[in-house]
Design a protein around this ligand. Sequence first.
Ligand code: ATP
Ligand code: PRP
Length: 298
Amino acid sequence: MLSIALPKGSSLEQRTLRLFTAAGLEVSRTSERVYRGTIAYDGPLKVAFFKPREIPKVVEDGTFDVGLTGADWIEETGAKVEHVVSFTYSKTTDLPWRVVLAVPVHHAAQTVQDLAPGTRVATEYPNISHRFLHEAGIHAELVPSYGATEGKIPELADAIVDVVETGSALDHNGLRIIETIRTCTPQFIASPRAWSDAARQRTVQGMARLLSAAHHRAADVLLTVRVPARHLDRVARSMPERAWSVGTGLRDEGLVVVQGLAVRDGLAETIDGLLAAGAADVVETEAGVFASMLPKTP
Ligand SMILES: Nc1ncnc2c1ncn2[C@@H]1O[C@H](COP(=O)(O)OP(=O)(O)OP(=O)(O)O)[C@@H](O)[C@H]1O
Ligand SMILES: O=P(O)(O)OC[C@H]1O[C@H](OP(=O)(O)OP(=O)(O)O)[C@H](O)[C@@H]1O
């Protein structure tokens, strides 16, 4: 039975489970406090929940065949795993998160080069931090942190290497970024052992295809556009790449209806462009709800 390690915790768990559900790979478990479950795909898959930092190693050593975790923990642990596919989401946004070097707002440093020898840097990422500071030629003292890293300043540390998503935690704690060390996203990874087995690799690739398709659907919205026939050519040129015609207006034959899948990112500009090209109106709908009924793009 194929086994999969999924992230537990407030940052990645809920959105990862939503993605799996949208892909038709819903995790069944008796309660959210139960750290074991199953997925029905090509027979039952065994699911276990671990902290994101623990996942790279249990996948590297083949204890679990596949896993989903942050790129930061793959790098920090140095685990040798197969990167199957990556996604773009964080705890609260659809953007990557970053591992950054930050100092108090009134600190004199503008870049890592300005850090004095012996600067104390609190972090949950000793390996990433050591490598980064070493490459910058800075002799800093690393202070281990197990969370709430911003709070280590000023008594225990002078600077931090920590995760930033919206920047709110840094703001609230009077800190500012001086270096972005890594930009990170969730990664679907496989153990080298599972990957070298043709049947298991096929199953993993099938899951990756379903997850990827669901991830892209979530980034799309369906636009339904009514256009006076005389403006159709111009509006068609402003439609998203994946667009098709639907028919004519119900009562007004001078109106044509077209639809298209637009990416959520930059949606206001897309709608603006359609209206400027002569669209009478534009209605947007969550595309995920409809995507399985839509023709696949060639
Ligand atoms: N906004 C974010 N803040 C922190 N981690 C994030 C964020 N977005 C994505 N991540 C990823 O999730 C991981 C968080 O795992 P971790 O176990 O440290 O905390 P958590 O999921 O917030 O759990 P807890 O509920 O115990 O606070 C990070 O290391 C990073 O890989
Ligand atoms: O840039 P932001 O959107 O504010 O997000 C980043 C913050 O969120 C995480 O903390 P979390 O609340 O998970 O607590 P922790 O530090 O104890 O892990 C992370 O460690 C940062 O502190």
